[in-house]
Design a protein around this ligand. Structure first.
Ligand code: CA
Length: 683
């Protein structure tokens, strides 16, 4: 599905930069064929190589005729304290070695191309910058390690399907007064322990532990443009899908954006605190476009090269944000791979969510996978298997959902399941399976088998995909909502305006149950467990904290929902049957329960699926508002999920094979013996 970020559209309309961009590219004749003639630099030392005795700077920039390196004492303002002419090196590189300990110095590059001086820019490879990312900074990374960093380990993870993702914007966790968190909107806010809301319930880090999720997926925390780091005392908010410096943490989340080392250290403290709490960290990465186009640091050093061109020679725009990067070009691919590795090695990041992954080429994604998995095979990669506009990259090379079968250990979001559950994402009043819309049963079943091939799914009736697109359940992200679009609760209010809240809550619980009982990798939008609302806003990318933040008083207001979601997560984690590891295992152990009802479907996980201690598990989803009977195999069934509560300790027992499934709810039942035997054994 398309994802359009109004921030960039507004910018284009306002400044007409795209038109200027077209002219500058055309004037320089920077065509694809020219780019192919650029030498490829194989070395691993682009950017800064720092020691206390000297600093080496290296830039790849084949069209340059002169390159200046300037040093500053501050991240913003003031005059250069020193300017050095860099020397031409091999394979399109330019370099300079400066003696002495340069720790703390800020620096920029300025290129002369075709007789014209370009803008001063920070090094695209910079790993530290000053305020607003305008100048790079020399930082001794060893000095940024927090206490215990050498002993920091990734929490244990056996299989990707054991993962439960929690998608969070860093600010949203702590800005509400009820969070009880001191470092509001900061990396350090996610390190505070035992914080509580006014009702005494846990918030922040402690809440995440209590909920039981395994991975926090952070919306952009690399350096982006849209928040002015020089005036953090004023209200500002942005999702951050406007990348500026890919290898640097965002400054507005640090306690001091001017000092490059501070944000690095505090980011690491955050990772350390999460790892200590048994939670892994995923970064949302946006390599598919840059926040500005013509004026980006890439483009001021190697004009045009980092971006795909359209047939008129201008910037193509599959991101709907003014440009798209050209991952298939060797030095772009190299940049992305080395950037991802930097976050893995320097920050111990455990996974990456690729924004608009369909803009990237399959080969680049697979090379990223190979590189990170050589370091740690448990690092989890996934992305949006679509683009936001047309791209010149041929479809068969795009890392889109239809090509996930060709991706190696990389998953994609199942918009098939999302929209089956809640209704089409852009058709706001359309209902979904949970609110009684007909015709979505096969799409739900497709989600239950995690987009793999299963003989009992009729693919011709699936909403978007007419064939399996995942090799295994580890390639599908199951979800009902994310930061984009309406929250699940807001959406249910829009498409069921006449219903009472208590009716919508039933639908909500059913939706969350579907996400957490389907095969695949479940994904929860932050606050799902407390019925999060954005007060009806859809695209809240730049809306104030008041719209986006997590209101921790809702944890008390919706305590039953919190207990329900927590119970479901615990159930999923205790029962490997919900976390099968291959498509073949799913085909062997998962059978659908036949039903002629439009909004009723269910499945049986049989014979200790994936080593489960329970012999057989039955899950039934009833999306209609009517009670429906379902016939199960004859057994002593224990009802651990009755649609309202998850109760593993004292579940009610049903000894006949017929069960009644209440409207807009899910039943979860199990039997410890093979069906057909338990009753006999008891007598
Ligand atoms: Ca920034």
């Amino acid at each position: 599905m398309l994802k359009i970020r109004k921030v960039m559209r507004n910018r284009l309309a306002k400044f007409g930069l795209m038109v200027l961009g077209l002219f500058s590219i055309a004037a320089m004749d920077l065509s694809e064929s020219n780019f192919n003639e650029y030498p490829v630099y194989e070395g691993k030392d682009l950017g800064l190589t720092y020691t206390v005795k000297s600093s080496a700077f290296k830039v790849w920039s084949p069209p340059v005729t002169q390159l200046l390196l300037r040093f500053y004492e501050t991240g913003m303002g003031g005059k250069a304290s020193k300017t050095i002419k860099m020397k031409k090196g091999p394979q399109g590189t330019w370099g300079a070695v400066v003696k002495g300990n340069l720790q703390g110095r800020y620096y920029t590059f300025q290129a002369q191309i075709d007789g014209k001086w370009m803008d001063e820019v920070p090094d695209p490879y910079a790993y530290a910058v000053g305020t607003n990312g305008k100048r790079a900074q020399v930082v001794d990374l060893k000095l940024t390690n927090p206490v215990g960093w050498d002993f920091d380990n990734r929490p244990a993870l056996k299989n990707p399907t054991d993962i439960i993702l929690y998608e969070l914007h860093l600010r949203d966790l702590s800005t509400h007064p009820s969070s009880g968190i001191t470092n509001k909107g900061k990396y350090l806010g996610l390190t505070e322990e035992k914080t509580r809301n006014p009702e005494g319930q846990f918030t922040g880090l402690e809440h995440l532990k209590e909920l039981g999720i395994t991975h926090v997926h952070l919306l952009p925390v690399f350096d982006y443009m849209s928040v002015d780091e020089s005036r953090l005392d004023e209200p500002q908010f942005n999702w951050g899908y406007d990348p500026q410096n890919y290898n640097v943490p965002e400054g507005s989340y640090s306690s001091n954006p001017e000092d490059g080392a501070t944000r690095i250290r505090e980011f690491k403290q955050m990772v350390r605190a999460l790892h200590n709490s048994g939670i892994r960290v995923v970064m949302d990465v946006v390599y598919n476009h840059t926040g500005v186009t013509d004026k980006s640091n890439f483009n001021q050093l190697v004009p045009g090269y980092y971006y795909r061109q359209n047939d008129k020679g201008g910037f193509s725009d599959a991101s709907a944000c003014g440009n798209e990067t050209a991952s298939e070009r060797p030095m772009v691919r190299k940049f992305i791979i080395e950037s991802v590795l930097h976050w893995v090695k320097e920050y111990h990041v455990d996974g990456f969510r690729f924004d608009l992954m369909g803009i990237h080429d399959i080969e680049t994604m697979n090379q990223i996978s190979k590189a990170v998995h050589a370091i740690d095979p448990s690092i989890f990669l996934y992305g949006e298997g679509w683009t936001a506009g047309a791209s010149p990259l041929p479809d068969d090379q795009k890392a889109i959902k239809a090509n996930v079968l060709k991706l190696d250990k990389i998953a994609a979001f199942s918009d098939d399941l999302r929209d089956a559950i809640r209704g089409h994402v852009f058709t706001h009043k359309e209902k979904g399976f949970v609110s009684g819309k007909a015709g979505l049963k096969e799409s739900v079943k497709f989600g239950v088998v995690a987009s793999t091939w299963h003989p009992e799914v009729d693919y011709s009736k699936v909403n978007y995909s007419k064939a399996a697109w995942a090799n295994g359940p580890d390639q599908t992200i199951s979800y009902a909502s994310c930061h984009d679009n309406h929250t699940l609760w807001d959406r249910l209010a829009i498409n069921n305006p006449m219903l009472l809240d208590e009716e919508r809550i039933k639908m909500y619980r059913l939706a969350v149950t579907m996400v957490l009982t389907a095969q695949g990798v479940p994904f929860l939008h932050a606050g799902t467990e407390m019925v999060v609302t954005k007060k009806g806003e859809e695209n809240s990318y730049n809306k104030p904290d008041e719209i986006n933040q997590l209101d921790w008083t809702r944890k008390y207001q919706y305590k039953e929902m919190f207990d329900y979601v927590k119970g479901l997560i615990a159930l999923r984690k205790a029962h490997p049957a919900f976390r099968m590891t291959s498509a073949a295992m799913i085909r062997e152990h998962l059978k659908f329960i036949p039903s002629t009802e439009e909004n009723l479907t269910g499945f049986i996980l049989s014979n200790h699926a994936n080593g489960d201690p329970w012999h057989t598990i039955a899950v039934i989803y009833n999306g209609s508002d009517q009670v429906h009977p379902v016939i199960l195999p004859r057994a002593e069934w224990k009802v651990v999920g009755n649609g309202e509560l998850i109760d593993v300790k004292n579940p009610p027992v049903i000894r006949n094979s017929g069960v009644l499934v209440p409207g807009n709810s899910a039943l979860i039942l199990y039997t410890t013996n093979a069906p057909g035997q338990s009753n006999a054994a008891e007598k």
